[in-house]
Design a protein around this ligand. Structure first.
Ligand SMILES: Nc1ncnc2c1ncn2[C@@H]1O[C@H](COP(=O)(O)OP(=O)(O)OP(=O)(O)O)[C@@H](O)[C@H]1O
Ligand SMILES: [Mg+2]
Length: 164
């Protein structure tokens, strides 16, 4: 018996983001939905010509949380069903909403803080495609910012034409 490997092309992630979420409002909605699911009580959205920033005061993510963030197609929210603090009915289902950002920008950063853990991950389309078979993203551990408190900030950089 021979076996045939099933493979997924790396560029597919970008295609998902670009094709599935083609309306600008959808990507903001995806980010706000994620903040809601993370038990945020406030979401701050800042738009300039250069960037869109969505900042929440939700639970934030630790290393494991960030790993979960970049797990494609994770059914976590269907399995868990309720948010940890406010027991909200979770909106997320597919584990791909984060790629909605890619419909509007060339690069997005996820800055997150949970307790003593603070870090930033960058997803850059060009770097992603350039790195060939590499499936890792740069993760920078940062000193905690106590003033900011727990939560996540997603920043879209190098906006593509037509947005917002
Ligand atoms: N703002 C956030 N705060 C804390 N955790 C987050 C945040 N955004 C995403 N996550 C984590 O990252 C995971 C992936 O998010 P993503 O939006 O891709 O998928 P989802 O919300 O589970 O499903 P859907 O594709 O329907 O949006 C989430 O399941 C959650 O664990
Ligand atoms: Mg989501």
């Amino acid at each position: 018996m021979e076996y045939l490997p099933v493979t997924v092309d790396k560029s597919h992630l970008i295609t998902i983001g670009e094709r599935l979420y083609s309306e600008s409002i959808e990507l903001i909605r995806e980010l706000v939905n994620n903040a809601y699911d993370a038990d945020a009580t406030e979401v701050d959205i800042k738009m300039t010509d250069e960037s869109i920033e969505v900042k929440d005061n939700g639970t934030g993510m630790d290393r494991e949380g960030l790993r979960q963030y970049f797990n494609i197609g994770s059914p976590e929210k269907i399995v868990k069903n309720k948010s940890p603090i406010f027991h909200r009915d979770l909106i997320g289902q597919f584990g791909i909403g984060k790629f909605a950002s890619l419909s509007a920008c060339e690069c997005f950063e996820v800055y997150t803080q949970k307790g003593e853990f603070t870090a930033k991950v960058t997803f850059d389309k060009m770097e992603w495609e350039k790195e060939g078979d590499q499936w890792n993203l740069p993760l920078r551990i940062l000193p905690p910012n106590r003033e900011r408190g727990d939560g996540t900030t997603v920043t879209l950089l190098r906006l593509s034409g037509g947005y917002p």
